[in-house]
Design a protein around this ligand. Structure first.
Ligand code: EPZ
Length: 420
């Protein structure tokens, strides 16, 4: 398994270009299942999770072609309706083929995604919504077995805003008979991007980005071309890199609106954040980082996917910060690893108290999940001495060419292949 070896203490400087959003691309690639003919997607990031979802679609019979950040998917010869365990277990977002398969082909057999490091990751809301639309669903031998005589529009109220649940139901509703209303819908920018991609295919969707989304089913959807929005969590992660190394970065191809809640918290920590023209954000670190209190929340609140990263910054702030994780029940696995680097962290239930220290110390640490790996890399960029971040395959799921982008900004970081 690959690791990163990082020499810390270098302030990052220069320009970095943000890649397409992983969490927008995954559902949008799945939406191709709804179309009668080929779909073209641009600004698709080169990530392991993207390769996995393309493999799942190919197992279903989709023909794929990929050139750089462009992906063409041809769903006209679908010949299977089963997403197998060995693929789904590596990437739970594969459950997003369930809604489209049911809507278009009236049947689906999708492996239950199972939990992951950060939590149980239920799909009961997805199931509840699809059953309300007329799907017969049972769980058998670790699989979701679903069928329908034809999905019908329904009025669905989620128990909580679920990103994946909103995406699955929105896609299913596009080809259902009649109107579907989704209440307590997730409001993330990735939901809006999916709705925009579906509308280009001919879908009739109103209200995406708000808590109530209305979808009028249509008879068919055609292939289209859509460019994926920038990745707001990668943007936040590079903002954090400027902050923790006390450097100065121009972050290009970024959407400031999507990172407003992150920017507000960073400004409160004394970090300079300026929205520039042409989708550019200027971020400049400070010698004295102020402590901060964070409660993660659904969009537009502070994103859970930035919790590990801001904890790394708070670890060297002048004072005591508190970080409360409200979305996932086990998203503090970076805590013991940051403690190995000299951070003073105390975990109590869903809150970690962070007593800032002057400097973190380089150490060998282990990545446990995607955003924890980003947090440990940030800590290594700031720490005194050498940091080894092992199991970097977690990072490769969600960040395109991270070490190349960091090297261009002056970081001393290299990937060492193999090893434990
Ligand atoms: C999406 O996951 C993202 N993944 C996650 O990003 C992100 O952390 C999460 O949304 C929250 O913003 C993708 O978009 C591929 P949810 P998702 O359904 O859809 C509970 C990353 O690092 N819930 O909004 O799985 C659930 O347990 C990843 O890029 C149910 O109880 O998240 C969680 O506590 C990590 N029943 C909460 O809702 C359900 O049926 C939010 O989950 C569905 C969800």
């Amino acid at each position: 398994m690959d690791k990163f070896v990082i020499q810390g203490g270098i302030p990052l400087k220069g320009e970095v270009k943000i890649s397409g959003s992983k969490n927008a691309a995954l559902p949008i690639l799945c939406s191709s299942l709804l179309a009668d003919d080929p779909c073209t997607f641009e600004n698709v990031p080169n990530l392991n999770d993207i390769s996995t979802i393309i493999k799942v679609l190919e197992v279903l019979g989709v023909k794929s072609a990929k050139k750089g950040n462009k992906v063409i998917l041809d769903p006209s010869k679908i010949n299977s309706y089963e997403a197998p365990y060995d693929l789904v277990k590596t990437m739970r977002a594969s459950i997003l083929v369930l809604g489209p398969l049911l809507a278009k082909y009236k049947k689906a057999k999708v492996s239950l995604p199972g939990g992951c490091a950060i939590g149980v990751r239920l799909i009961d809301q997805h199931i509840k919504g699809l059953e309300k639309m007329g799907a017969n669903i049972e769980m058998s031998h670790g699989y979701v077995m679903a069928s329908t005589k034809g999905l019908k529009g329904a009025h669905i109220v989620f128990d909580m805003p679920t990103v994946g649940g909103t995406e699955n139901i929105m896609m299913a509703a596009c080809l259902a008979k009649g109107k579907t209303i989704i209440e307590q819908a997730a409001k993330e920018p990735e939901i809006i991007d999916l709705a925009n991609a579906l509308k280009k295919m001919g879908a009739n969707i109103e209200g995406a980005g708000g808590s109530t989304i209305t979808i009028e089913g249509v008879k068919k959807l055609s292939g289209s071309t859509h460019s994926i929005i920038p990745d707001r969590i990668e943007t936040g992660t590079f903002m954090a890199a400027a902050a923790i190394t006390r450097g100065k970065l121009l972050i290009k191809n970024a959407c400031f609106e999507h990172v407003r809640s992150i920017a507000e918290k960073f400004k409160a920590m004394g970090i300079t954040i300026e929205e520039k023209a042409d989708d550019t954000i200027l971020v400049e670190g400070t010698s004295r980082i102020k402590p901060i209190d964070i409660d993660t929340a659904p969009y537009p609140g502070f994103p859970t996917d930035m919790q590990a990263q801001i904890m790394a910054i708070a670890s060297i702030a002048d004072g005591v910060s508190t970080i409360t994780e409200t979305i996932f029940e086990n998203r503090f696995m970076h805590v013991p690893e940051l403690i190995r680097m000299g951070a003073h962290l105390t975990e109590k239930g869903r809150t970690v108290t962070v007593r800032g220290v002057k400097r973190l110390q380089g150490a060998s640490v282990i990545a446990t999940d995607l955003r924890a790996s980003a947090s440990l890399i940030l800590a290594g960029l700031s720490a005194e001495g050498t940091t080894e971040v092992r199991r970097i395959y977690h990072l490769d799921r969600g960040y395109e060419a991270m070490e190349k982008k960091l090297c261009k900004l002056g970081a001393k970081i290299k990937r060492v292949r193999g090893g434990l």
